[in-house]
Design a protein around this ligand. Structure first.
Ligand SMILES: Cc1cc2nc3c(=O)[nH]c(=O)nc-3n(C[C@H](O)[C@H](O)[C@H](O)COP(=O)(O)OP(=O)(O)OC[C@H]3O[C@@H](n4cnc5c(N)ncnc54)[C@H](O)[C@@H]3O)c2cc1C
Length: 487
């Protein structure tokens, strides 16, 4: 049973019984497994006794569109196309000019009984869902498959992780029990093949050809070709392989060593989580399988928001699930409840007050966006983190915090710091343009945190330094690896 909290009927239109299919417009949850939205779409197709058509469009005009993100998405499309064969009709569409994709989608929607899509609280999907709900001639429903705690289960944006952790600990067992189906397509009833209009058939055919030679296709698109693809493929296969490697070799030292840049024990899941290739439910389930001893969900005891032993007495499991559930989802819930998440004004009162008081403090260094982008600061740790971001599309988590804190310190004012962080993170990070992009960046300026002893520039916002990072972290391999900009 899919919780009603996950289902958002966006308009008052009725389903059209004359429609040829139920349309699932895939926007973010790029997987056929563990996906509440796909499960809901299959249920609706069965209810109408109509075939299901899964559509995924790739526009070329979204902010920060580049070879890096296009390749990641197209590799995923290739994989979904293979997985769909013989099971469901999957239509990919790759846009060559702005406007092509919306027109293609509208033609598809005009023949649908109803349309189901993914809920997502930020980036182009948020605006796209709001607009489509008004324009769609049939019922348009978005389904929240983002996390374990449904977005509608909270009433307001959490101001810190402790507040949200309290909600997690109160509600987790029930929401976790309502996991999505592992293989919703196996329940699909009507598998008739569809007779689609020429325009759709031709467009899909062109895109299928494009997927055969991704590099050639990408080179012709009006997107940023300077942000190059990363080595990790955008496939579910790659996500699962990496995750299994984490379970086998890194989970048992996560608590102590996730924050060590050399030989880090982090899971590296964020790019695939961001692109919806893997579900937090399956991650959590697999991690629970590593619980020592006999164990059941009924053993979880609400700790009233304290961390340490809610999910497990094993500190590795506890810390990892606290990141995947509390820290990941607090950002989603924040973005769901707050329209404005990316401005200085959206920061808590105490943060704005203290940063305003320190606006005119002299900055020891001030860099331009270009200097930051090219990793041309005086600080070798910062430069190494920026090079990792440019080259690999990720930054090690601990250094990502330092990276953001120093941008605050080395720009003329907090608004400039935020603008630079958003630009660099979303342009280069594979996991960027995510609710957690904004929670991570704004955490550097105090969101979800508490006041600390006052100091220059930062005021009461938590300070971090490269010197203390050097003392706390094993870094020599990391620094060597990212010592030059060459690829
Ligand atoms: C300045 C800055 C920018 C950030 N930008 C992003 C971003 O664009 N996209 C993004 O997904 N995360 C972002 N983060 C949060 C965090 O850095 C990454 O989620 C984490 O480094 C991903 O690595 P991992 O998958 O190996 O994490 P692991 O430590 O293995 O954790 C597993 C998962 O838990 C979640 N998680 C872990 N740490 C955090 C955290 N601090 N906040 C929220 N969720 C967390 C992620 O989904 C992550 O994949 C940012 C943090 C900072 C300080």
């Amino acid at each position: 049973m899919i919780s009603e909290l996950r289902v958002n009927q966006r308009n008052k239109e009725k389903p059209d019984p004359k429609g040829k299919y139920v349309l699932y417009r895939l926007q973010i949850h790029r997987r056929f497994q563990w996906n509440h939205a796909l499960e809901y779409a299959v249920n609706r197709a069965n209810e109408h006794d109509k075939p299901l058509l899964i559509y995924e469009g790739l526009r070329c005009d979204y902010p920060w569109a580049s070879d890096r993100f296009h390749r990641f998405i197209m590799e995923s499309m290739q994989e979904l196309q293979e997985e769909a064969a013989g099971r469901v009709q999957y239509i990919p569409f790759i846009e060559y000019e702005p406007g092509e994709e919306p027109a293609f989608y509208e033609t598809l929607a005009s023949e649908a009984v109803e349309v189901i899509s993914d809920e997502y609280p930020v980036f182009i999907m948020r605006e796209q869902n709001n607009r489509t709900a008004k324009e769609c001639g049939v019922r348009y429903t978005t389904v929240d498959a983002n996390g374990i705690i449904p977005l509608e289960a909270t009433e307001k944006a959490a101001y810190n992780a402790y507040f949200f952790r309290k909600i997690v600990q109160r509600t987790f067992p029930d929401f976790y029990r309502a996991a999505p189906d592992n293989d919703p397509l196996s329940n699909l009833g009507n598998r008739e093949s569809l007779d689609l209009p020429d325009k759709i058939r031709d467009g899909a055919e062109r895109s299928r050809n494009d997927l055969e030679d991704i590099s050639k296709c990408i080179s012709r698109l009006p997107i940023d070709h300077e942000v190059e693809p990363v080595a990790s493929p955008g496939t579910r296969k790659a996500a699962i392989e990496e995750f299994e490697d984490f379970i086998e070799h890194r989970l048992d030292r996560y608590h102590e060593e996730a924050n060590q840049p050399d030989n880090s024990a982090a899971s590296n899941m964020s790019p695939w989580l961001h692109f919806g290739k893997i579900s937090p439910f399956e991650i959590t389930r697999r991690v629970f399988e590593q619980q020592p001893g006999k164990w059941s969900l009924d053993d979880l005891v609400d700790q009233n928001g304290s961390r340490g032993s809610y999910f497990s007495d094993d500190p590795n499991i506890e810390s990892y699930l606290d990141e995947v559930i509390t820290w990941r989802e607090v950002g989603f819930h924040f973005a769901w409840h707050e329209e404005e998440i990316d401005t200085f004004e959206s920061l808590p009162d105490w943060v704005r007050e203290t940063l305003n008081e320190h606006r005119s403090d002299t900055r020891p260094y001030v860099y331009t966006l270009e200097e930051f982008e090219q990793a041309e600061t005086h600080d070798e740790i910062w430069n190494a983190a920026q090079r990792q971001l440019r080259r690999e599309g990720v930054i090690h988590n601990y250094l990502r915090m330092l990276w953001g804190k120093k941008i605050l310190e080395w720009t003329p004012d907090p608004e400039t710091a935020l603008a630079y962080m958003i630009e660099l993170n979303n342009k280069y990070a594979v996991d960027g343009r995510d609710p957690n992009s904004y929670s991570g960046i704004f955490w550097c300026l105090g969101r979800f945190d508490r006041p600390w002893p006052e100091r220059k520039i930062y005021g009461k916002v938590r300070y971090m330094s490269s010197d203390s990072t050097r003392k706390k972290c094993r870094l020599s391999g990391y620094l060597q690896r990212y010592d030059s900009l060459s690829q």
